[in-house]
Design a protein around this ligand. Structure first.
Ligand code: FAD
Ligand code: NAP
Length: 629
């Protein structure tokens, strides 16, 4: 095999390898790279490195004096590039997640350093990479986890002609709840959540309906069992649809729990405990997350999480929700909308990471509509007073600011304090995949590649990325296209639009006001805002001046919109459009020049006024503007 040794030349001249030591130098492939001063220089260096990778069967970035580089020198040719090695190492770090040398690429695949190369040599995978022969493996690609990301990636890879397997297995909750194929979103996330949120919105719509002239005599009440059955029947149809889609696309779906036993080999254990071994050239980890428990007495015995809520066989009754982020506020919101007595226990703030002005407005609306908030408390124990469906539970909580202890009685306690990545029991140590020990998340480079070159990761388990279904899907699809379709397109994790489905929905894209101030300085940002009163709220006389929207613009960059926030009905639909605009780099002027659709909430963009300082002095109401027009 031809080994191309790329010597980045950052050794001192006295340590430069001699022609004898590195005979391939005689090839004379010597480049002079420009020093990197700006983005253009960086891009140029990246392209050159990529070109080298693409055009050489074997490529080793090395230092002449590095003993490990010598170790991987299998005596083939190399050529030397003299330049600032630090630049190369920085760029290689960006491209591969590896800064050290040797940095080995074979057939365009990043293999790793000395140990990885030696290991691959030992286990035979080096030879397979060299010959491009994956036939020794059962599959070209094995995807672990059949959720949003895993399904998207496996189907795309199969459509590109690869032999693909996807394994999906749901470990039941401590309460015994389990579900079908499709992962969190379909079974215990976005889908049941949005349908139950819709159930709650219909309750409000029914109250409004009388004001619009609808007459109905009977007492209106909600039946949990009917809603639960309807929602779960729909989920069942989606589970079936996913199975059919995998079959149609020739993806081999196996309902078994996967764990690595070697870098290219996994053990799959099915429901009956039967173990089967499978090998693959490449792997994608897409195992998602599961709800975290509190680690206090009584939590696993008596409490539920969102994994249990959507298929609960009985109405939860008076409910305490612990936590104050997406899951807690959405679930607390729709349970209150069904007419239940709901209390949310908040450790610190609402919706950490989101614009706090918006988060508090969403919270105030919930409070006005009957949700109680116990702020600055954390639970310390949960005891059962009476078993039942629901039973009665006593919760003891402690103030985060004093020694005060409080107690309360509830039928159901829903824990929503975050989610843990499912990475601790999948044998990542056997495959050599690095995990952040603090949070179990997997660091990847900008191509979703882990530190082990043939193992990739997508979705909720990624370190520092959004935990959202469309993000997992996009990353999975694009990864498959890059691996097997010759594409270069990477997943763009910037300006991802999102919506929190609180009773009054909150949509956001880009930076919060706090973060924008931190990044650019108060003097360099301009905030434009507006209150709005949706037309459909006017006749029933509901929630005047509660809906609100704002944009944050970068004065240093032509008033480009760097943050969009909207609190009101159909926030997802409204925010999606602004998300596209921001992706295209929209400025305030361009928003001003876009004609709105009337009468809608999305036309709020046409009615922004400057938010002066921190005081919201000059509010505009869309309704008043509209009647004036
Ligand atoms: P998942 O969808 O979680 O899939 C991982 C799959 O892998 C699971 O089926 C798991 O059982 C399986 N698995 C794990 N380990 C193994 C193993 N060793 N072997 C085999 N299989 C394994 N996102 C939005 O965009 N919009 C929303 O409105 C929204 N609402 C949400 C509401 C709730 C209550 C929750 C909890 C989440 C919500 N999300 C929402 C987030 C969204 O569900 C996730 O971001 C998305 O599902 C992540 O996809 P994933 O592929 O990374 O993992
Ligand atoms: P999260 O965003 O990690 O929030 C965890 C919440 O629990 C925070 O309010 C946190 O309070 C609180 N908390 C943590 N430990 C606690 C403790 N020991 N006692 C009391 N409170 C505690 O978790 P999440 O709400 O489960 O959401 C997980 C992810 O799912 C989100 O990041 C999101 O991407 C995704 N998701 C998306 C949607 C959507 O798109 N609509 C909906 C649901 C979920 P502090 O602020 O004090 O830390």
């Amino acid at each position: 095999q031809k080994l191309v040794l790329f010597n980045s030349g950052f050794s001192s001249s006295s340590h430069r390898p001699s022609v004898e030591a590195c005979p391939a130098q005689a090839d004379g492939n010597t480049f002079k790279m420009p020093p990197i001063e700006n983005d253009t220089g960086k891009n140029e260096l990246k392209s050159r490195i990529q070109l080298l990778i693409d055009s050489n069967q074997v490529l080793v970035f090395s230092k002449s004096y590095c003993p490990f580089c010598v170790k991987v020198d299998i005596g083939a040719r190399y050529y030397q590039v003299t330049n600032d090695g630090t630049n190369y190492q920085e760029m290689l770090l960006e491209m591969t997640g590896q800064k050290t040398v040797p940095n080995v690429f074979i057939n365009k695949t990043h293999l790793g350093g000395c140990d990885k190369t030696m290991q691959a040599h030992k286990d035979g995978s080096l030879q397979q990479l060299l010959t491009g022969d994956n036939e020794a493996y059962d599959y070209d690609l094995i995807v672990i986890g059949g959720g949003s990301g895993g399904l998207a990636c496996s189907k795309e890879a199969a459509m590109l002609g690869k032999k693909v397997m996807v394994l999906d297995y749901v470990v039941p909750t401590p309460k015994g709840t389990s579900w079908g194929l499709g992962g969190t979103c379909v079974n215990v996330g976005c889908i049941p959540k949005k349908l139950m949120h819709q159930t709650a919105l219909l309750g409000t719509a029914m109250q409004d309906a009388r004001k619009f002239g609808w007459e109905f005599e009977e007492t209106v009440k909600h039946n949990w069992e009917t809603m639960k059955t309807a929602v779960n029947n729909y989920i069942g149809s989606l589970n079936w649809g996913y199975r059919v889609a995998l079959r149609d696309k020739n993806v081999n779906y196996v309902n078994a729990y996967a764990e690595f036993i070697e870098p290219h080999k996994i053990k799959a254990t099915n429901k009956r405990g039967k173990e089967t071994l499978y090998t693959a050239a490449k792997f994608v980890l897409a195992t998602g997350e599961r709800p975290r428990y509190l680690g206090i007495p009584g939590d696993k015995e008596y409490c539920i999480t969102s994994d249990d809520l959507f298929s609960l066989s009985y109405c939860p009754g008076k409910t305490l929700v612990i936590g104050a982020s997406y899951v807690a506020l959405e679930c607390g919101g729709f349970l209150a909308g069904l007419g239940l007595d709901v209390t949310v226990m908040v450790r610190s703030i609402l919706l950490r990471g989101f614009d706090q002005d918006m988060a508090n407005r969403a919270g105030e609306h919930m409070e006005e509509h009957g949700v109680k908030f116990l702020r600055k408390y954390v639970p310390v124990k949960v005891e059962e007073l009476e078993a039942g469906t629901p039973g009665r539970l006593k919760v003891t909580a402690k103030s985060t600011e004093s020694d005060e202890i409080i107690e309360g009685e509830y039928n159901t306690v829903l824990i929503a304090v975050g989610r843990d990545a499912c990475t601790d029991k999948i044998g990542l140590d056997k495959a050599g995949v690095k995990v952040n020990p603090k949070n179990g998340k997997i660091p990847v480079n900008d191509e979703e590649q882990t530190n082990v070159p043939h193992i990739y990761a997508i979705g909720d388990i990624l370190e520092g990325k959004w935990e959202l279904t469309p993000v997992a899907i996009q990353a999975g699809k694009l990864l498959a296209r890059r691996l097997y379709g010759g594409s270069k397109l990477k997943c763009d994790y910037i300006n991802v639009p999102t919506t929190v489905f609180t009773p009054l929905e909150y949509g956001a894209c880009g930076l919060s006001e706090e973060r924008a101030t931190e990044l650019y300085g108060q003097e360099n940002i301009e905030v434009y805002h507006s209150l709005l009163w949706p037309l459909e709220f006017t006749v029933p006389g509901r929630d005047n001046n509660r809906c609100y929207s704002k944009i944050i613009c970068n004065k240093l960059d032509n008033d480009r919109v760097i943050g969009f926030h909207y609190l009101g009905p159909n926030a997802g639909e409204v925010t999606q459009g602004f998300g596209v605009a921001m992706k295209c780099g929209a400025t305030k002027e361009q928003l001003d020049n876009t004609i709105g659709i009337h009468p809608t909430c999305a036309e709020v963009g046409k009615h922004f006024t400057v938010k002066e300082g921190t005081n919201t002095k000059s509010f505009n109401s869309i309704q008043s503007q509209c009647s004036a027009s």
